[in-house]
Design a protein around this ligand. Structure first.
Ligand code: BGC
Length: 764
């Protein structure tokens, strides 16, 4: 049989040469899969649908003794995920290829969501670069390292739009905006998979867009919670990012945990079949989330056999860790709850993915130890990660140009996050060697050089509540609790601060305070650290807050009292050096916010592309009776979407249009002159927004439609142009038709969603 497989694949490869290669290759794939499935028993087909997490007992050279050895040898497993180590993966693959009856190779997945060993900033931070080329390159490097380590499938990109920073998983996503998000998701898919999704090169991996769908809209920001949303909002605001992945050829889709219209996504036929396959034309593989099938028993829609059958019928192909398919589908087939055609359809999609990945050709294709040694954590990858990290940092405040710091003199680094290396990479860094990153203190010392003295004091614990601290420092990200009293720690920090010229307060969330199952109702800097910050500010020394955060935080006190705030998110393995580069001016902070930072939790959800209401606030910053506003805080966020300073300043001229009338099949150009008015070179992120003044349904006050990173030398000006087409003005109307409606529009161009120049035009 194995020989037959090899011959079939060789024929397929030949058929793929020449013109129409895609179509020929598909035909060859169909023939191959038909032939293989004709030999499979129903149980073997169901086996392909079973995706297992790697158990902890897999030891190199001893794979045959691990918990998964029996099921793999019996053909009961289609793939394994989150196993690190090319030798282990080779051993496990050998079990499938040599021990199972048909020798079908396993697919190996992993959550490679912001890099493999070379770890990039968390996805929210990568989104803050507004640099699609950097995003694509980060995904490309991740794919090279993962594929060199036996992994051929990543559970990324996470395309869940969220307007609720209480939800910890905003860290893994692409922020609040569908346009920016879609651009970033597309860049990730191309970075992982390359441009041809019908065939993966040896250094490309299959992507999996998740969590389909609407997972970022869980009620109250509580993870896994109920979602309820209008079709209007779904199609216009929350679907475009997933759709962008599908249009870019993403090979797989992960169903989300939440319900939609009362049916969990995993068993939601409307979602997984009508929308995904019929409306969007997706022809790849759908996988459940971890135990997502089994969890539907707790959702209350049936027992395990029932929910497993419902998931399969809805269009969910692979079962991740529910054991629902492997355990119940055979009996459900006999009972008439599912059909063999439904099992066949799912099995075919799994086999097709393996075929496109070249696994039938060479099951060990991604197990190349030489490549592992050469490519994983390679110096050139790390160098890019360091640059990209600097590009992701958002300078929120910089009074009197406190930053960048001058070399020489004494810098006091204070805070419980300043001396931790395990916290630097950020959440979901599965393959990262947590001992690899430098601490911030180490990074600063190395980058500052001998003429600058860097002194350190811890200053506080993460927070007063030990239980909260433990929950936020799991998965090897421990920050051992200091047994001294709060007073003693603060006194020491104040002494150290007083001895220095400037204080760098490294505070915020430890990395596991955001990410999965890390919802918060208080988004401030945790209490003990905040008290420390107040004490540092009270010394009168200039204080730079280096803020670690996996989400938008509430910083009203900080914004009023701390002269400089640099939001560094979680910057990956090279974060410490990148932070030092930016603090010392060797690099400029390049990020702009991909999500609004609220003034307080009560404002949530606060997002820039909101509707106007019938009683819009009279003035964004003052209360007026009987208007849509709050008594106690303005409607505006503290820091808006698109906002971010850098080490120079920019000015915008008036926006000019090539015409103030846009024909239905035409295009107009909007141009603005941007000038670097500061003393340093810099990069401006020029943002294009539109507003549809009158619609058949209400329309947002502002929608991002384009952006560009524009490097400008000190004093330099450039004309920046955007082409506007009717296509860019389309939206889903009340009938969910995708239309651009004639009428008046505003075009707004500027350096932040709240800081634009605008001009009007008419769509004919
Ligand atoms: C997460 C997914 C992840 C999966 C596999 C789940 O808990 O929701 O995002 O891909 O685990 O690790």
């Amino acid at each position: 049989m194995k020989r037959i497989l090899t011959l079939l694949v060789a024929a397929a490869a030949l058929a793929g040469c020449g013109r129409n290669a895609g179509a020929d290759r598909d035909a060859a794939m169909d023939r191959f899969v038909d032939e293989l499935m004709a030999r499979m028993t129903v149980d073997e087909k169901i086996g392909q649908l079973n995706l297992l997490a790697a158990p902890g007992d897999i030891v190199t050279g001893e794979a045959q003794n691990s918990d998964v050895a029996g099921p793999i040898s019996r053909g009961e497993v289609g793939g394994l995920f989150n196993l690190k180590g090319v030798d282990k993966i080779r051993d496990i693959q050998r079990l499938a290829v040599e021990k199972s009856r048909l020798g079908i190779p396993l697919i190996f997945g992993m959550d490679v969501i912001h890099g493999y060993e070379t770890t990039f900033p968390i996805p929210l931070a990568l989104t803050a670069t507004w640099d699609t080329a950097a995003m694509r390159e980060a995904a490309r490097i991740a794919a090279r390292e993962a594929s060199a380590s036996g992994i051929c499938w990543t559970f990324s990109p996470m395309a869940d739009i969220s307007r609720d920073p209480r939800w910890g998983r905003v860290a893994e996503g692409v922020g609040e905006d569908p346009y920016l998000g879609a651009e970033m998701v597309r860049a990730m898919v191309y970075g992982y998979q390359g441009a041809d999704p019908s065939h993966y090169a040896t250094d490309e991996i299959m992507a999996c867009v998740k969590h389909f769908a609407l997972y970022g809209a869980s009620e109250a920001g509580r993870d896994y919670n109920t979602v309820d949303m209008s079709r209007q909002r779904m199609y216009n605001d929350y679907f475009p990012t997933y759709r962008a992945a599908v249009d870019a050829g993403v090979g797989s889709v992960m169903a989300s945990f939440n319900e939609i219209d009362g049916v969990p996504a995993t068993a939601n036929r409307w979602l997984l079949t009508d929308v995904l396959r019929d409306q969007w034309g997706f022809d790849g593989l759908v996988v459940s989330d971890y135990s997502g099938i089994m969890e539907m028993t707790a959702h209350g829609i049936g027992d395990l056999p029932e929910v497993s059958a419902r998931a399969l019928r809805a269009g969910n192909d692979m079962d991740m860790m529910s054991f629902g398919y492997i355990g119940t589908l055979r009996a459900s087939l006999d009972a008439g709850l599912v059909t063999e055609a439904e099992i066949d359809r799912a099995c075919r999609l799994v086999l097709e993915a393996k075929y496109k990945l070249g696994l039938f050709d060479d099951p060990y294709r991604y197990c190349d130890a030489e490549r592992t040694a050469r490519e994983v954590f390679a110096p050139e990858h790390r160098a890019r990660a360091r640059q990209i990290a600097a590009e992701s940092f958002v300078l929120l405040k910089n009074e009197n140009d406190l930053l960048p710091l001058r070399r020489g003199g004494v810098i006091a680094v204070v805070g419980p996050l300043a001396a931790s290396r395990e916290n630097m990479p950020g959440t979901w860094s599965v393959a990262t060697d947590l001992r690899a990153p430098s601490t911030l203190v180490e990074g600063l010392r190395a980058v500052a050089g001998g003429a600058t003295k860097v002194v350190y004091a811890r200053g506080s614990n993460v927070c007063h509540d030990g239980a909260l601290e433990r929950a936020a420092t799991t998965f090897g990200r421990d920050i051992p609790r200091d047994g001294r009293s709060d007073r003693a720690m603060i006194d020491e920090a104040v002494r150290v601060a007083r001895s220095a010229d400037v204080v760098v307060a490294a505070l915020g969330e430890p990395s596991e305070m955001s990410g999965e199952s890390s919802s918060r109702t208080d988004l401030g800097i945790p209490d003990a650290q905040r008290e420390l910050l107040e004490a540092l500010v009270a010394t009168g020394k200039p204080v730079v807050l280096v803020l670690f955060a996996g989400r938008p935080m509430t910083l009203s006190w900080e914004a009023a009292h701390v002269p400089a705030i640099l939001n560094v998110w979680f910057g990956g393995t090279e974060a410490a050096e990148a932070i030092a580069d930016v603090l010392l001016g060797d690099a400029s902070p390049g990020g702009r916010l991909p999500s609004s930072f609220p003034r307080n939790v009560g404002q949530i959800p606060v997002y820039y592309n909101h509707k106007n209401t019938g009683r819009p606030a009279a003035d964004a910053d003052w209360f007026a009776k009987f208007r849509s506003n709050y008594l106690d805080v303005p409607n505006s966020p503290l820091y808006p979407f698109g906002y971010g300073l850098t080490y120079t300043t920019f000015e915008y001229g008036e926006v000019s249009l090539s015409s103030d009338r846009l024909a239905r099949d035409g295009a107009i150009t909007a141009t603005v002159r941007v000038t670097n008015t500061g003393a340093r070179d810099g990069v401006e992120v020029v943002q294009l927004y539109t507003r549809d003044r009158v619609g058949s349904v209400t329309r947002p006050v502002q929608e991002l439609k384009g952006f560009r990173r524009v490097p400008l030398r000190a004093g330099e000006s450039a004309d920046v142009s955007f082409t506007i087409t009717p296509d860019m003005l389309r939206f889903y109307n009340a009938e969910l038709a995708y239309v651009a409606e004639p009428g008046e529009f505003d075009v707004m161009i500027g350096g932040s969603s709240d800081w634009t120049r605008s001009v009007g035009f008419t769509l004919e």
